[in-house]
Design a protein around this ligand. Structure first.
Ligand SMILES: Nc1ncnc2c1ncn2[C@@H]1O[C@H](COP(=O)(O)OP(=O)(O)OP(=O)(O)O)[C@@H](O)[C@H]1O
Ligand SMILES: [Mg+2]
Length: 155
């Protein structure tokens, strides 16, 4: 199932993320974030984290590979696997533990997970619009019918 949305400012992308964060809050699983460099994967993550009720300065985990936000009651994991060399490295940073924790795991550049057939809760893809510097088309794909119903209510 698929749902599409267009934003015309970075703030609108963060705002959409916030609404998605409300929806993701009681759920767990991997959320794939795909799109070119600068597409807005980190921007939408900032909104999602906020929408999950977590107050934190969300920065790109490009060098750290993984950032964790929240506490025991509500946790979100934000990963950027752009620099990840192989699957062993993913195990070293404790990916399986994150999965077991039952939190939401937001993953930028998830190619290695896709190759290894990890089933995501949802996949968000962001793409630029030719001739519109500040516009992005955002697609959400999920197998979860109830999730898509709630997202559709966003309008
Ligand atoms: N509608 C929009 N939505 C999101 N970002 C936008 C939009 N219009 C312009 N931008 C700009 O695009 C950039 C998005 O940066 P961001 O770090 O979120 O990208 P990214 O997809 O995480 O890239 P990377 O792969 O390098 O991590 C920001 O500079 C932001 O201001
Ligand atoms: Mg990023």
């Amino acid at each position: 199932m698929k749902w599409q949305y267009k934003t015309t400012t970075p703030e609108a992308t963060r705002h959409l993320g916030e609404k998605l964060g409300h929806i993701f809050k009681p759920l767990s699983g991997i959320v794939y974030l795909t799109g070119d460099l600068g597409a807005g994967k980190t921007a939408i993550t900032q909104g999602i984290v906020k929408g999950m009720g977590i107050t934190a300065q969300v920065t790109s985990p490009t060098f750290a590979l993984v950032n964790e936000y929240g506490d025991k009651s509500i946790k979100v994991v934000h990963m950027d696997l752009y620099r990840l060399l192989d699957f062993d490295e993913l195990e070293e940073i404790g990916f399986d533990d994150f999965l077991r924790d039952g939190s939401i795991i937001l993953v930028e550049w998830p190619d290695l997970l896709i190759e290894n057939r990890y089933e995501p809760l949802a996949a968000l893809s962001l793409s630029r619009v030719e001739g519109e510097d500040d516009s992005r088309i955002i697609n959400l794909k999920t197998e979860d019918a109830s999730l898509i119903e709630r997202v559709k209510q966003l309008g």
